[in-house]
Design a protein around this ligand. Structure first.
Ligand SMILES: [Zn+2]
Ligand SMILES: [Zn+2]
Length: 149
């Protein structure tokens, strides 16, 4: 399937999800969703805002933030937050895990069946209801590794 069709399918899928969860998909929100899918690199809200500006779509930074949070709340996007860095938004639906570069904070998707089947820990004693699990592997991306320390 050509990538363009796939992206359109994903927008449709997410549009349906929004409808089901009662989030009105305004043209602005649809534009934001398109950009997140197009970036495909776990963008931060600022990266999404910049990409919208490059496409001459004037949507305020605050609106982009609020919209991404709303998408995350209904499960249309997942939100990964790591201490000390901005939240990254992920439109990928399939189970996957993340390689996180400790220098440039790039996030690379990878799949590993073994990690998919890790059991959820019992965290009830900690007052926490575990609902999902995604493995984050720290390290350095190729670009950063080739740079001088
Ligand atoms: Zn890097
Ligand atoms: Zn991801």
């Amino acid at each position: 399937m050509p990538p363009a069709t796939k992206a359109a399918d994903r927008v449709d899928f997410l549009a349906r999800l929004c409808r089901e969860r009662g989030l009105v998909l305004t043209p602005q929100r649809r534009a934001i969703l398109r950009v997140v899918l197009a970036l495909d690199d776990h963008p931060t809200a600022d990266m999404v805002h910049d990409a919208l500006r490059r496409r001459r779509l004037r949507i305020s930074r605050a609106t982009v933030f609020r919209t991404l949070e709303a998408f995350a709340r209904i499960g249309a996007l997942t939100k990964a937050s790591h201490p000390g860095s901005a939240a990254r938004f992920d439109a990928r639906r399939e189970p996957h895990h993340h390689l996180v570069c400790t220098r440039c904070e790039r996030v690379i998707d990878f799949t590993d069946r073994r990690f998919d089947s890790l059991p959820l820990p019992d965290t009830r004693d900690l007052g926490f209801a575990a609902t999902g699990l995604q493995v984050q592997v720290s390290g350095m991306c190729r670009d950063c590794e080739q740079e001088d320390p």
